[in-house]
Write a protein of this length. Structure first.
Length: 299
């Protein structure tokens, strides 16, 4: 079995990136996985020492399977991910996507590759996701939810072609088809507001556009019942995150088995995610305030 390529996106957090790569290296499949590391350029002169440190670390990585892509200028996370995923999918049928604030289980790559292999011919399946929220119920080994997600994920060329970068088109379609409430997971999370803010230039989220693109196509994402990813970027070090530990997860020490199953949303998982978001509603408020502060936006 050949392994899907991995696209890692980094900016100015060398210590976080090191933890990300070390966790990937603990996966037996990593050594045989083509790996592309995309490093964005500094936004300002003050960031240059950190972006240089990131590149020095990437240069130290051994192995011919590692391809380095260094941006001369700062293009931002959204453009970096959109263009990077598109570039890799011109060469390969699938890609696994990791940002520099994620730590993964030693079983992460096996799960991702198994998921990509199992559902590669199921056009309704948009992606495979590695993170699962710390919810209050025991979930199935794997399950589907409508749309897409962004913390350790994988997709195919056939699904990525549905990505719509124009947020206004997505927002108009959600409203026209009266899907905003469902898109917001029954009103538990403000995805529609996030998309509207992207259109207004108040954020540059690629993830909400990817989620909306797949949601409007009625496509599904496979999740693990036990998280294989933890986000270490919620320590206030990232460009788009405020400090919070509500999303902290201990990554699974056991493999997550992927077997074919009916392409239907898990009502149990959907309800548990909605409860989690409602319980932690203040998280999204703090993140929004932090984002406005970073971008210099009032209101």
């Amino acid at each position: 079995m050949s392994y899907a390529p991995i696209a890692v996106f980094a900016y100015a957090r060398p210590d976080h990136l090191r933890r990300t790569i070390e966790s990937l290296s603990a996966n037996p499949e990593f050594a045989d996985s083509p790996t592309f590391i995309y490093c964005d350029g500094p936004r300002q002169e003050a960031d240059k020492s950190q972006t240089d440190a990131v590149r020095a670390y990437v240069d130290s990585l051994a192995g011919s399977a590692v391809k380095r892509v260094y941006r001369d200028n700062n293009i931002g996370l959204a453009k970096s991910i959109i263009s990077g995923v598109t570039e890799v999918l011109k060469q390969y049928d699938a890609v696994i996507v990791i940002e520099d604030d994620l730590v993964v289980s030693p079983h992460f790559l096996r799960y991702m590759n198994d998921g990509l292999h199992c559902y590669r011919d199921q056009d309704r399946v948009a992606s495979i996701h590695g993170y699962c929220y710390p919810v209050d119920v025991e979930l199935p080994e794997t399950f589907f939810l409508r749309g897409a997600d962004c913390w350790g994920w994988a997709t195919w060329r056939r699904a990525w072609q549905h990505f719509e970068p124009d947020g206004q088109r997505l927002l108009d379609a959600l409203r026209r088809e009266r899907l905003a409430h469902a898109f917001d997971l029954g009103g538990s999370y403000p995805y529609t507001d996030m998309l509207a803010n992207q259109v207004a230039g108040k954020n540059d989220s690629w993830a909400v556009r990817w989620h909306a693109s797949c949601f409007l196509q009625n496509m599904l994402t496979l999740y693990p019942g036990r998280s294989l990813v933890n986000n270490i970027g919620t320590d206030d070090s990232g460009t788009h995150c405020a400090a919070t530990d509500e999303f902290f997860q201990i990554v699974s020490e056991t493999p997550v088995r992927v077997d074919p199953m009916p392409l239907v949303c898990s009502k149990t998982a959907e309800a548990s995610f909605a409860r989690f978001f409602r319980k932690n509603r203040s998280v999204s408020v703090r993140v929004a305030r932090k984002l406005r502060s970073i971008l210099g936006i009032s209101g």
